[in-house]
Design a protein around this ligand. Sequence first.
Ligand SMILES: Cc1cc2nc3c(=O)[nH]c(=O)nc-3n(C[C@H](O)[C@H](O)[C@H](O)COP(=O)(O)OP(=O)(O)OC[C@H]3O[C@@H](n4cnc5c(N)ncnc54)[C@H](O)[C@@H]3O)c2cc1C
Length: 376
Amino acid sequence: MSYQADVVIVGAGVVGLAIASEVAREGREVYLLEKNETFGQEQSSRNSEVIHAGIYYERDSLKAKLCLEGGSLLYQLCEKNGIAYRKCGKIIVATNDVEAEELEKLYRRGRDNGVPLKMLSRREMGQLEPNMRGVAAFLSPTTGIVDSYALMRYFLGKARGNGAQIAYKTKVIGIEKVLGGYEVIVEDLSGGFSFMTRVLINCAGLYSDQVAEMAGINIDEANYKLHWCKGEYYSVSGGKNKLINRLLYPVPVGTISVGVHICFDVNWRMRLGPLFYYVNEISYQVDDSRKEAFLESSIMKAVPFIEPSDLEPETSGIMAKRLGAEGGFLDFIIRHEHDHGLPGFINLVGMESPALTSSPAIARYISHLLDEILES
Ligand SMILES: Cc1cc2nc3c(=O)[nH]c(=O)nc-3n(C[C@H](O)[C@H](O)[C@H](O)COP(=O)(O)OP(=O)(O)OC[C@H]3O[C@@H](n4cnc5c(N)ncnc54)[C@H](O)[C@@H]3O)c2cc1C
């Protein structure tokens, strides 16, 4: 063990990249270690690319706070740095009376979180989305979409510009607490080596529970265990993207996700998804076997102009979720683990949606935490 770093970040997804871009500076040795050949190959490049407004999350939770702050920072940095985005807005639509009651509750939750929302009259629904069907709906004008690859490239450039070093094909396989920091053991093309860092930041996405465990945290007791949840998308062809002007979401049923929705990328390519289900292994393959479930999803009732023949299985992403006692989802874990006997070790676990949206705010949050640790 010969080399000494100030900060090591594990994982070059959007969260690790955003953090590296924020914490790197002259006189600070910052390293970003990534097991894949390049950045952003996992959750961060396989998602809906939605800049969420902050509607769904419990009041005062990290998800609510960081999503609201992150969304607004994201729009500013996209505008300033030429990253493609669209502040297109979204409509959440109820297609029956039972959903309409839930819609009302969701509207109040969003408003309580400080999200600007507008309940729509039937006439306004028809004006905004003449081809949409539904019994009630509200508009979220601050929801949008971002080119997630361009965003990550921006964070990477800024991190490098500020002096961070990035090592690809470098997998963290062990962490030892040593005097004054951590010995990080890595596997790379040369075989492997280890080095010392004062601060270690775990942004390992789907594997962040495993990285926490490497440092000696009991992930069952701490409730850090992650469950992999695969979300499949269908492409929608036939020029149907011209019939809708904004993102369209259903009223969420259950807790697994915000529901199969109509999403667009910045070039207005239309997709339907993600349809989520739990998996034990990583495979991004998609086939036609879940088409019936897509056709029966609530949002399809709102877009009767989409025919089954317009749909083609397209892509998928896998999300890292923590589960609550009743199967409900929990908040992000963003924690300095000094009370687990691990000063200088920061965990980011369960960084599911809306972590893409929240990434610039998460980076600021970590930067403050890091300053406190390095100054103490
Ligand atoms: C289907 C789907 C739809 C989504 N839609 C949205 C959305 O619309 N809006 C939104 O805000 N969020 C959305 N999300 C969530 C968002 O994509 C994630 O929250 C975000 O990308 C998490 O970023 P990350 O950097 O934490 O994780 P990741 O992108 O998974 O990055 C983690 C990185 O760590 C690396 N790594 C892991 N273990 C090691 C190791 N031992 N050594 C070195 N490197 C390691 C991995 O290779 C990976 O590159 C969605 C997610 C999914 C799956």
